[in-house]
Design a protein around this ligand. Structure first.
Ligand SMILES: Cc1ncc(COP(=O)(O)O)c(C=O)c1O
Length: 372
């Protein structure tokens, strides 16, 4: 057993004095709920991703829920999405009264395998929820081409993809009807909790805004539809405004850190490093490394060794169709999804992770593989 030299979390938000001051100023202003700071944050976000409009909400889950509702997803319909995702991806479909249809992933990208779309699409399917998993853009051209032939709406689950690029344009432009982001502390930009919907469609944006705030547009017209309270607060938006200024710096540093991991791991025969594609740039929200089947060490023993050494590595994403609340989907055979869940290890990656700590992770990893 290795004596821990460091205690390294899987992730750490990068918040400092700028954020403290920004929140303090909001408190001093006397207005803390959705107000001017939220509007400013929406404008800064829309500008950053190149979208016409951005609507801030209380979480990534809220962003997805409202986007699907505003796109007309409802009772009796189904939506295609991957099972290799955080459970919110499928939950929001069910919250709209529709059914998720799980499609397997491409083992190289961990995103929807577009060759399988025709096999899973049904007569009641109305949309595809395309996840950019851990920041690598999904193959939107092929997804959109299938969608347009089959009259389906495409919504992007861009919860993990702030700063990622698709054909030299930011994810969120959007490349579909709407993209939905999360500001959970594991993401590159955090507001504690929070989310954003970006779109270029005026009517769609108006419906998302109405749904965000109890179904009201203009107080003189009263409540028009049944809505939610999915607002972000000015306290959170003030943090977001500081974080978005630092995003270019966060991104370039993460890409360097991921390149260091790639360099260390890419030539090892038991390991498969994340694939990179010239027109699909990841923000490396997480670093997914795959341990190929071998007779030396299991993925779980490797994880155990890393954790004992003070390194909070994690297993791959747990497939949604295997969760108890999705038990009626348990019979599905999503081979690549299940393989990824069994073989992937997520290694710590965050802005303040030092080179010494990263070297310690790499050395520990190799010592565990060779000890076995
Ligand atoms: C792919 C994906 N979709 C949706 C969400 C939900 O976002 P939130 O936690 O902000 O509600 C997450 C959160 O981690 C996610 O990773």
């Amino acid at each position: 057993m290795i004596t821990p030299k460091y205690k390294i979390p899987i992730t750490k938000p990068d918040l400092g004095e700028d954020e403290v001051l920004a929140v303090t100023n909001v408190i001093r202003s006397g207005w803390i709920m959705q107000g001017n700071c939220v509007s400013e944050f929406e404008q800064a976000f829309a500008k950053y991703v190149g979208a016409k409009m951005a609507i801030a909400v209380s979480s990534g889950t809220a962003a997805l829920h409202l986007a699907l509702l505003a796109a007309g997803v409802g009772q009796g319909r189904s939506v295609i999405c991957p099972s290799y995702s955080f459970i919110a991806t499928a939950n929001v479909i069910r919250l709209c009264g529709a059914e998720p249809i799980f499609v397997d992933i491409d083992p190289e990208t961990y995103n929807i395998d577009t060759k399988l779309l025709a096999n899973v699409c049904q007569s009641n399917t109305c949309a595809i929820l395309a996840v950019h998993q851990v920041g690598l853009p999904a193959n939107l051209e092929e997804i959109k081409s299938f969608a347009s032939k089959n009259n389906l709406v495409v919504i992007e689950d861009a919860a993990c993809a702030i700063g990622s690029e698709y054909y030299q344009e930011k994810i969120g432009k959007p490349h579909s009807l709407a993209a939905c982001f999360s500001f959970h502390p594991r993401k590159l930009l955090t507001t504690g909790d929070g989310g954003m919907v970006t779109t270029n469609d005026l009517e769609f944006a108006a419906q998302v805004r109405r749904l965000r705030q109890h179904g009201i547009d203009n107080p003189k017209d009263g409540y028009q539809i049944v809505g939610f309270n999915y607002r972000l607060t000015d306290l959170q938006a003030a943090i977001g405004l500081e974080q978005i200024k630092k995003l270019p710096q966060f991104l370039s540093h993460r890409r360097q850190q991921a390149a260091r991991y790639n360099q260390a791991f890419s030539s090892h025969q038991l390991l498969s490093t994340p694939k990179e594609f010239p027109n699909m740039l990841s923000n490396f929200q997480s670093y997914q490394l795959r341990l190929l089947p071998n007779d030396n060490i299991t993925r779980d023993d490797l994880l155990k060794g890393l954790i004992e050494a003070g390194i909070s590595a994690q297993p791959g994403i747990q497939p949604i169709h295997k969760q108890p609340v999705y038990q009626e989907f348990n019979q599905l055979s999503l081979i690549e999804t299940e393989k990824a869940a069994q073989q992937v290890i997520m290694l710590p990656l965050y802005y303040s992770l030092s080179e010494d700590e990263q070297d310690y992770i790499i050395e520990t990893f190799f010592s565990l593989i060779s000890e076995s």
